[in-house]
Write a protein that binds this ligand. Structure first.
Ligand code: FAD
Length: 291
């Protein structure tokens, strides 16, 4: 299949990108890495009449590393994050490079961007899950100015976000909490989208869990936090019994969909297994003093 006829416009700087989106509004779609949008165009599931390519807007590919947060420009590719593992900017946020390696295949990781993934809003996308887990915030820009939105408010449903047609996502900011974190997933084949993914984080304090967080992907229209399972963990050591109880609570708390890829019951069993695995990683990393 080929995309429907459309106009292709390339923005060279942030001002030009914002102007083009203000001019074409509903008719236009931003294109970044094209790894989700091009298949949608080819299958005619998206039918914009204008594409605004932001790939040359280099200020949106910068990385700003501060003491309290790491800001990644929206055009940062999955591969750049993967290859940055062990470098100073990702200190305390090593879960980001580790997780990048799970996304698709090398050609997809070399072109696909973190901003594109968040704007696309797939509930099983690794960046959407981690952004919710780690309380990340998106920066959005339009002719009306700039605003910052927590990812929990940006992601509204299956492939649905609160990004307005004239807005562009320019960066995502991850706070440095010092939490140990892990994301694990099950996909039928390496490089496929995960059927289910589980991410966990906890701040270690005197051998017990502080601020435990569990977020699941592939079980609902957005990444889902599971407070019932987090309550099991709060203030307790991550012993095998406590981990098993939290995993059981997570599986009981969700009502995953059945589809051609997996039944609801299978997804629920995956939740229990993957939460156990993620929490075991978190416990191990916290004991070693690693994030
Ligand atoms: P694009 O395809 O360019 O755009 C995607 C959507 O976001 C479009 O609606 C576009 O208008 C919008 N958009 C893009 N950037 C912005 C912006 N800055 N501001 C506002 N709107 C914007 N993803 C995963 O998470 N995990 C996987 O395992 C995975 N496997 C894949 C396997 C295959 C075979 C393929 C083809 C894709 C896979 N992907 C996977 C998707 C891939 O990671 C994409 O790179 C990502 O979802 C979108 O990033 P992009 O830069 O390519 O965005």
């Amino acid at each position: 299949m080929k995309p429907p006829p459309l106009r292709y416009l390339r923005a060279h700087d942030p001002e030009e990108a914002v102007e083009l989106l203000a001019e074409y509004g509903d008719e236009a779609k931003v294109i970044a890495g094209g790894q989700s949008l091009v298949p949608l165009l080819n299958f005619r599931l998206a039918r914009p009449s204008v594409l605004v390519d932001i790939g040359a807007v280099t200020p949106w590919a910068t990385l700003v590393s501060g003491d309290r947060s790491l800001e990644l420009g929206a055009l940062t590719t999955h591969l750049r994050i993967e290859r940055a593992g062990g470098t100073e900017p990702f200190r305390g946020l090593e879960v980001l490079p580790r997780t990048a390696s799970l996304i698709g295949h090398l050609p997809i990781r070399s072109r696909g961007t973190i901003g594109g993934s968040l704007a696309h809003g797939d509930p099983a996308a690794e960046w959407c899950i981690l952004a919710v887990l780690l309380d990340a915030e998106a920066t959005l820009c339009s002719g009306r100015g700039e605003r910052r939105v927590p990812l929990t408010r940006l992601l509204q449903g299956f492939f649905t976000t609160t990004i307005a047609p004239d807005e562009v996502l320019t960066a995502v900011t991850f706070p440095r909490t010092g939490a140990a974190a892990s994301l694990v997933e099950h996909a039928p084949r390496h490089g496929d989208f995960a059927l289910v993914a589980a991410a966990a984080a906890a701040e270690p304090a005197d051998g017990v869990c502080r601020r435990p967080r569990i977020v699941l992907g592939g079980v609902g229209p957005t990444p889902v936090r599971v407070p019932d399972a987090e309550d099991v963990l709060a203030g307790r050591a991550l012993t095998p019994d406590v981990v098993a109880a939290a995993a059981a609570a997570a599986a009981a708390a969700v009502d995953p969909p059945s589809d051609a890829h997996a039944s609801s019951a299978h997804r629920r069993r995956l939740v229990a297994t993957l939460v156990t695995r993620a929490l075991t990683h978190v416990g191990g990393r916290a004991r070693e003093g690693r994030a």
